[in-house]
Design a protein around this ligand. Structure first.
Ligand code: B16
Ligand code: MG
Length: 217
């Protein structure tokens, strides 16, 4: 049996969600907009451009394209500055054993991320070779909850949507997987990710039997 396992990146494989938050918080602060961890949930899985629009909407603010472009550049520079020293220690606990198990059992492994920084991050974490295909923010025109990123991923390895399992930490990403007719596995809080078919607090709670059952299905 073969299935296609699609992984989101930020907040699923690596703990970069916290860096996105810090970088956005700085921009929001600068603009005098209150930006809490709850607000940040809505930004998870969402593209950079759309994230800025959400923050401006929070502050009932409008801005020129020129200002927006400047803030987008600043946010990314800030975000990248947190990643300078990144290495495999940033891989979230329990992720590597699952990747290894999937590889050993000849399953397809695909990345489905909204981030334009996905490839350098996978390289820094030294896990890029596990992936049979990578679809990221440079490839898609519709952001999650649009399922484009996951559908492209499935196509790249020639699997039907129904044969795909998606691991996601964002509400938008879980919705995207559901819309595509894929099995959705939420990584995070049940109260936030209740739309997912399965939810685990993190990968250390995912038993390899659970993975094997998904393969057998
Ligand atoms: P970048 P994911 C998403 O990655 C993040 O969750 C989201 O917070 C971020 O704004 C988006 O990538 C774009 O990232 O600015 O690096 O292009 O969770 O879909 O892997
Ligand atoms: Mg994510």
């Amino acid at each position: 049996n073969q299935k296609c396992f699609i992984f989101d990146l930020d907040g699923v494989i690596v703990d970069t969600a916290k860096y996105h938050y810090l970088a956005w918080q700085k921009i929001a602060h600068q603009l005098g907009i209150e930006f809490t961890p709850e607000h940040n949930e809505e930004l998870k899985g969402v593209s950079r451009v759309r994230s800025l629009d959400l923050i401006l909407a929070l502050g009932n603010m409008e801005a020129s394209q020129e200002d927006k472009n400047r803030w987008l550049v600043q946010k990314n520079e800030d975000y990248l500055s947190y990643l300078v020293d990144m290495d495999e220690s940033e891989i979230l606990p329990g992720v590597l054993p699952v990747l290894i198990y999937l590889k050993e059992n000849k399953q397809k492994i695909v990345l489905g991320s909204a981030s334009k920084n996905a490839k350098p991050i996978l390289e820094k974490a030294k896990i890029i070779d596990y992936f049979d295909a990578i679809v990221d923010g440079n490839d898609v025109s519709n952001a999650k909850p649009d399922p484009e990123v996951f559908i492209q991923g499935a196509k790249k390895v020639n699997f039907s949507n129904e044969e795909c399992i998606v691991f996601e930490d964002s509400v938008a990403g879980v919705q995207a997987a559901n819309i595509a007719g894929m099995t959705s596995v939420g990584i995070g809080e049940e109260s936030i990710l209740h739309e997912a078919q399965f939810v685990f607090p993190d990968f250390t709670h995912i038993d390899l039997n659970f993975i094997q059952n998904l393969i057998n299905k």
